[in-house]
Design a binder for this molecule. Structure first.
Ligand SMILES: [Zn+2]
Length: 341
């Protein structure tokens, strides 16, 4: 099986964006804003946005199941307040739930959280519980910077985040560290802010003893782990100076990297530097980079090709395509086992 641990619903019907625009237009007077029930999208319309887009690409490229979450750049936690985010997250997650119900063999849900700058993280708990217990989601996306590029929240090692971590441990779900759109002109959303955040999160984990406090906590750092694998020597050296254990002991029981690195040399480096047990297959389609690489003639985000071509043993390749995802997302594993897979 090939499990893609990182896909977003970027082809949602335009009605979703229209609803969001009405919500934003009414921020100064939310009573005038749209109600959740005002968004009406039929099953046929939902099906069409999946069958002709995400599912078509999965079939074309040969992946079997995608861990699917709301469009990351649309989370925009910096807009409005915690009430704004709570309604918006509920709507986006419900759409994902409907897709995982329509296509139970091809999709498993990961939740967007109703985060807001400065808001108590306990405000996310009800949505996490709903998504996992009622919708059957297998993970969450955690935004380390709800301010959208201004970095106003404490680091991920701070007790500020503990309510979410306690719930993750209780439900045995991982989080993908995933920022949203940048509202800071210095940082391009997908080219800089995403990669910065991956690297920043990694360093926050490195400088802390978070995984001593929560030994069972698991994070997937997307986009190939940002700069971390490329600069592994720097990070090993910094950890050594800080008298931290070797990174394999200090972080790699809890941190995993995806394969959203859109060229062969990047994947070769990732799989050479990071143990195969810590790499999860992903494409982040249909997402950040949608074009065809003129050097190869293939889509940049057709990441399966790179894993196939990397110098990996069959055993390691299986871990990256399937085994690690089932270990990191035990609720997905349980569901697959129940189907005899
Ligand atoms: Zn993403």
């Amino acid at each position: 099986m090939i499990i893609d641990c990182h896909g977003h619903y970027t082809t949602a019907p335009k009605a979703l964006e229209a609803w969001r625009n009405l919500q934003i237009a009414a921020l100064s007077n939310p009573k005038r804003g749209p109600k959740a029930a005002d968004l009406k999208i039929g099953d046929d319309e939902l099906r069409e946005t999946i069958v002709n887009h995400q599912l078509a690409k999965m079939r074309e490229r040969g992946s079997d199941l995608t861990i699917f979450s709301p469009r990351a750049s649309f989370m925009a936690h910096h807009i409005g307040d915690v009430e704004t985010s709570t309604t918006w997250a509920a709507i986006c997650n419900e759409l994902i739930h409907r897709i995982t119900t329509l296509f139970p063999d091809q999709f498993a849900g990961a939740a967007m959280l109703p985060q807001s700058p400065g808001a108590d993280t306990r405000s996310c708990i009800a949505e996490i519980e709903r998504c996992v217990n009622e919708y059957g989601f297998v993970g969450i996306n955690l935004n380390p910077d709800p301010s959208g590029g201004h970095w106003q929240s404490p680091p991920l090692s701070d007790p500020y985040w503990y309510p979410i971590y306690e719930k993750m441990v209780e439900l045995d779900i991982p989080a993908m560290v995933h920022v949203s759109t940048s509202c800071n002109a210095c940082f391009h959303t997908t080219g800089a802010h995403y990669i910065n955040a991956d690297t920043t999160a990694f360093m926050q984990f490195l400088t802390s003893d978070l995984f001593k406090v929560f030994p069972k906590l698991r994070f997937v750092i997307p986009h190939g782990g940002g700069a971390a694998p490329y600069h592994w020597g720097r990070y090993r050296g910094l950890a050594q100076e800080m008298k931290k254990p070797p990174l394999t002991e200090h972080l790699l029981h809890n941190l995993f990297f995806d394969t959203c690195v859109y060229h062969q040399p990047g994947i070769d480096l990732l799989t050479k530097v990071i143990p195969a047990d810590n790499v999860l297959f992903a494409s982040e389609m249909i997402g950040a980079v949608r074009g065809i690489d003129p050097q190869t003639g293939h889509y940049y985000d057709d990441t399966r090709r790179y894993i196939e071509a990397a110098a990996l043993s069959d055993d390691d390749r299986h871990k990256i395509f399937e085994g690690n995802a089932r270990r990191v997302y035990p609720r997905l594993d349980a569901r697959l086992k129940a189907k005899g897979l």
